[in-house]
Design a protein around this ligand. Structure first.
Ligand SMILES: Nc1nc2c(c(=O)[nH]1)N[C@H]1C(S)=C(S)[C@@H](COP(=O)(O)O)O[C@H]1N2
Ligand SMILES: [Mo]
Length: 447
């Protein structure tokens, strides 16, 4: 934290104390101001502080007194929506950069994603619309999941029924199709996700195929269509994506009702969501209440035009291929992130620096992660841990030594078993999907 910032915080604390602020208000003040150190440079202005459930009132008290320090003002502007605040608080979110509040969208910094299993507080959020009151109240009354369409019999499941079936618990990544969009040149519209619209939490639920089999899958079923319960922003059809039937029948595609052992927070899809690992996050439908099996590719909102679609052939940066040349996107590419060191970390010449991170590979398997400190001129192999299960990300770790003073970048590059390697330059597409350019972490070395 900058010296001037600290002085300002201390001044405000003094004013609060003199004004006779309650002990719990001072405690909250200290908690919030001390957490700022986790927020990183550019993030501070938009970052979300991890307010406890009871602290909103205390914050209101502060605002009422006109005592909002400049250091806080921007952070709270990022969450100007009551529902977003409540949803973020319920999920205990901490350290996310909130891009918008209505709908709510946010991602953490890479150094907050060190854990093999992403804690709920640091899992990114991507909503296209709003959150229902059922989800906010976590009320399962009257909710059911319907399987219909190309099935022998339309079948319904209550939450109790799902929970009494054979469940599985798996570490599964969910990664937004637009993760990495911020690195597209020329820029493309949409949330400017950097590297952390990904999480790999532990999801508990029922394999989707067991529900589909219970309904009886007809030979004519080739695709799914997903529907959920959410208030739609504006006058448009509900968000509804789908996946090919083979992916739906794959044993790791699950209907999940627990995240890291807890009931799903509203913001992550209470009461149940799909988890379709290795594919664009948009396939992992939240607040799920119906799956329709279809005899053709699904045509819901999010399946047509340029939305979650890729050009059928490589296009020039900035080009706009005709709509009929766009095809539905799905599987993710080989990718990795560096979770340590942080951006702008400072080291001494000759010091051993531990580099940590994760690698994952869509439908593939990670074979190798390599690290470079000389702009990709030379690479050294990192140690790679065995992932928890298929699709889970694999932890990597390696040591590098930075020889002399100056500016360095630490790069990581993953390779899958089919020989696909993360590129050092980002290929372009009109909506900024499948961004997987190598992660570069700038560090400074002193003599
Ligand atoms: N019903 C519904 N499901 C949804 C979405 C949505 O807007 N509505 N967003 C999707 C997208 S684009 C992504 S990337 C993931 C994000 O999941 P998370 O918010 O739990 O991280 O949810 C998907 N499921
Ligand atoms: Mo997404």
């Amino acid at each position: 934290m900058k010296k001037s910032g600290k002085t300002e915080v201390e001044q405000v604390r003094g004013v609060l104390e003199n004004a006779g602020a309650r002990a719990e208000t001072l405690e909250l003040f200290d908690e919030v101001t001390s957490r700022r150190q986790f927020l990183g440079r550019s993030g501070a202005a938009l970052a979300l502080m991890g307010f406890g459930a009871g602290s909103a009132a205390a914050m209101q008290g502060l605002f009422g007194q006109g005592l909002v320090p400049a250091a806080w003002a921007g952070q709270l502007e990022g969450i100007e929506d009551d529902q977003a605040r409540a949803a973020l608080t319920q999920a205990g979110k901490e350290g996310l950069h909130i891009y918008n509040a209505r709908p709510v969208n946010g991602e953490p910094d890479p150094w907050l994603l060190k854990d093999a299993v992403t804690p709920i507080k640091h899992h990114f959020i991507r909503n296209n619309d709003l959150i229902s009151s059922r989800a906010m109240d976590r009320n399962p009354q009257g909710w059911r999941l319907t399987i219909d369409g190309e099935v022998n019999r339309t079948t319904h499941f209550t939450l109790d029924q799902l929970q009494s079936m054979r469940t599985v618990t798996l570490s599964l990544p969910i990664e937004c199709g637009g993760n990495g969009r911020a690195f597209f040149d020329p820029p493309v519209r949409g949330n400017q996700w950097k590297r952390c619209a990904i999480g790999c939490s532990e999801w508990t639920g029922v394999p989707l195929r067991e529900l589909l089999n219970a309904a009886g899958v007809k030979d004519t079923a080739v695709y799914t269509g997903h529907y959920g319960e959410e208030p739609i922003l504006g006058n448009r059809p509900p968000f509804s994506r789908g996946i090919p039937i083979d992916k739906a029948m794959e044993e790791h595609t699950i209907v999940a009702f627990k995240m890291n052992g807890e009931d799903l927070p509203a913001v992550h899809g209470y009461p149940v969501r799909l988890v379709v690992p290795g594919w664009y996050g948009s396939c992992s439908h939240k607040w799920l209440n119906k799956i329709t099996l279809r005899d053709r590719e699904h045509d819901g909102r999010g399946m047509m035009g340029y939305s979650y679609r890729m050009p059928a052939y490589p296009v020039a940066p900035g080009a706009r291929p005709p709509e009929e040349d766009m095809v539905v996107g799905g599987p993710w590419l080989i990718k990795s992130i560096i979770t340590g060191p942080k951006d702008d970390a400072e080291f001494r010449a000759g010091e051993t620096v531990t580099v940590t991170g994760h690698a994952w590979a869509g439908e593939g398997r990670v074979r190798r992660v390599s690290i470079s400190t000389d702009f990709g001129n030379t690479w050294q192999r990192a140690r790679l841990a065995r992932p928890a299960n298929k699709y889970a990300w694999a932890q990597f770790e390696g040591e590098v030594t930075l020889p002399g003073r100056g500016y360095y970048e630490i790069w990581a590059r993953a390779e899958d078993r089919d020989g696909n390697i993360q590129p050092q330059v980002q290929a372009w597409n009109p909506r900024g999907y499948e961004g997987n350019v190598v992660h570069r972490v700038p560090v400074m070395v002193s003599a």
